[in-house]
Write a protein of this length. Sequence first.
Length: 101
Amino acid sequence: MTKKLSLIPLGDKIVVLPSEKEGEKKLASGIIIPETVDKEKPAQGTVVATGPGKYEDGTRIPMQVAVGDLVLFSKYGYDEVKVDGEDYYILAESNVLGIIN
């Protein structure tokens, strides 16, 4: 990402740019599939900002994800925000299921 994001996450939160938008999907045949059909599948996106990590017993726990990582995360564990006209998700690092290499 070339421009600086004007949103700084706190603690163990990360900001993710989703890979695909939520909502209906239209097949080549013209059939529209509502978003409820694939609700159970995890979402994926690129990490664009990370917080410094959370405190536990007076010690800061470093983040395991980094800016630029492609991550798989739970569809139910994020908040949607719009910053500078772009849609992002804010989620806790614990909602990340894995990093895609």
